[in-house]
Design a protein around this ligand. Structure first.
Ligand code: HEM
Length: 504
């Protein structure tokens, strides 16, 4: 009786649940040798044996891998705060990027909350997006003119190139009202694309220093050195843009007549000396702009490239998408943002592409900020957590024939027709979920519909013989881009012959 009273009741104290199971680790290297160039696929295979919440020892770093929608829901919704930390790859720490970047700073920091609020207001709010609608239309028309030129001269089109140029200019115009890639200056575009791509490779590819932190000082793979060089170039570019804008803002009369853009809004906040906003310094602005570029360009252009490639490989799906465009907006016309709601097949095609080819298949690496229990297992505080979005998108218990490209699965009634990628349906979370969800979803949705819809409605496409390569490769300048640390996926590499479609 005394024992019961001391415990404060008749219930026994809650038993601590075990840690998630996993394959036996080897000394020193742990389970590293079990991985290959597609860790998302490998983790999915291992999950068949060890379950949807499993532990792997990656060198010195214990890592919990989550591979089911149910476990992801528990981590990112029920225990959102506990799972909201990040493990920071060594290559990200250059130029103090991890301190100033919204993608890597802890959510407990008031600066993170303020930067996220600034982004919701100035980058992703519907009102803001609506106000830059005409600009995206103009950029789309320019992209179509570039494709038209190639079509007329009978030259094939690298879909990645056109996707990258268009995405880059959509973003650079929304952010600072100018083209970063001048139309006709394909070389300049390739140069910037190459820089962003090289950067993704350095911060994304496996790095011994991340698995064996004692090696950080010697940077054994040279990733930190190269990442410092590429981030340095991007930050110099941003610096230059900001300085020019500051000069322009001094010439008040000229400045007042301009329409404001995201950079203006950020500089207004920087100049605002109210106590809350004082925490935003020039370094935050520079790193935020870099984040928007690095986060937005490669992801969108790779998704566009996959969508085009899948449609070209499945002529029946391409015909259905074209028929819808034909019916709703008329052949040969570019898609307008106001058309998007009326194009369910196009929307389903984009969802299906993000399910099959999530560009960030392991999300950005998370870290637990507190101990939490999911699916009956205890995940300790401070553990690296990878959410395997690729495995969830290929889970046969959720998706019929999961490896096949079938946009129709998102049409025609429950259960799948109501599934969307906005972070509420854990079967499809290519943008993550919870408080760290990607802030670029709305912008991405508009851009992908515009680009994909316009490209297929204005031109007839066919894959160039022998120009299809799933692993990506040297043509992209960086080889396969499957990243364990930041989880960016392998890209495809499609080149297509194109001819204009007559208007109807
Ligand atoms: C196809 C397009 C895109 C995909 C698939 C994508 C995917 C992701 C994913 C998976 C995350 C991590 C979420 C998590 O940990 O739960 C993320 C974070 C982020 N994304 Fe995106 N993204 C895309 C486009 C964009 C765009 C257009 C922007 C900005 C203009 C952007 C800016 C960011 C930022 C700043 C973060 C860090 C958020 C934080 O940690 O608080 N992304 N994105």
């Amino acid at each position: 009786l005394l024992r019961v009273l001391c415990r404060g009741g008749t219930r026994s104290p809650k038993r601590r649940r075990p840690a998630p199971p996993g394959p036996w680790p080897l000394p020193i290297v742990g389970n590293l040798l079990q991985l290959d160039s597609r860790p998302d696929k490998k983790f999915a295979e291992l999950a068949k044996t060890y379950g949807s919440v499993m532990t792997l020892q990656l060198g010195r770093v214990p890592t919990v891998i989550i591979s089911s929608a149910q476990a992801a829901r528990e981590a990112l919704r029920t225990h959102d705060l506990a799972f909201s930390g990040r493990t920071v790859p060594d290559a990200i720490t250059v130029h103090d990027h991890d301190r100033f970047s919204v993608g890597w700073m802890p959510v407990s920091s008031p600066t993170w909350s303020l930067l996220r609020r600034i982004m919701s207001l100035h980058v992703s709010a519907t009102r803001r997006l609506d106000s830059t609608r005409a600009l995206r239309r103009r950029k789309m028309e320019e992209a179509l003119a570039t494709v038209q030129k190639r079509a007329v001269s009978g030259l094939p089109v690298e879909i990645a190139e056109i996707g990258f140029m268009t995405t880059c200019n959509f973003l650079s115009n929304a952010l600072f009202s100018m083209d970063l890639v001048k139309p006709g200056n394909e070389e300049g575009g390739k140069e910037l694309g190459r820089l962003l791509c090289l950067l993704m490779v350095e911060v994304g590819k496996p790095n011994l220093a991340d698995y064996f932190p004692v090696l950080k000082w010697m940077d054994p793979n040279g990733r930190k050195r190269r990442s410092a060089m590429y981030y340095g170039q991007l930050l110099d570019m941003t610096d230059d843009l900001i300085n020019k804008r500051l000069q322009l803002r001094e010439k008040t009369s000229e400045y007042l007549t301009r329409e404001t853009d995201v950079l203006d809004s950020l500089l207004d906040i920087w100049e605002d000396k109210s106590e809350e906003k004082m925490i935003i310094g020039m370094d935050h602005i520079k790193h935020l702009i870099t984040d928007l570029f690095v986060g937005g360009t490669d992801t969108i252009s790779t998704t566009l490239e996959w969508a085009m490639a899948e449609l070209l490989r499945h002529p029946d799906k391409l015909s259905r998408a074209k028929a819808e465009l034909d019916r709703v907006i008329g052949r040969g016309h570019p898609v307008e943002e106001s058309d998007i709601q009326r194009l369910p097949y196009l929307h389903a095609t984009i969802k299906e592409t993000l399910r099959l080819h999530p560009t960030v298949p392991l999300l950005l690496p998370r870290k637990t900020e507190a101990e939490a229990e999911i699916c009956g297992f205890t995940v300790q505080k401070g553990i690296q957590v990878l959410i395997n979005v690729w495995a969830i998108g290929h889970d046969p218990s959720l998706w019929e024939d999961p490896g096949a490209f079938i946009p129709e699965r998102f049409l025609g009634g429950p259960p799948n027709s109501s599934i969307d990628f906005k972070g509420q349906d854990f079967e499809l979370i290519p943008f993550g979920a919870g408080r760290r969800i990607c802030p670029g979803i709305q912008l991405t949705t508009r851009m992908l519909h515009l680009m994909l819809g316009s490209l297929i409605n204005c031109f007839d496409w066919k894959l160039e013989a022998g120009r299809w390569n799933e692993a990506g490769g040297d043509e992209h300048g960086g080889g396969s881009r499957h990243h364990l640390a930041t989880g960016s996926s392998s890209s495809c590499c499609a080149c297509a012959a194109v001819s204009p479609r007559a208007e109807r």
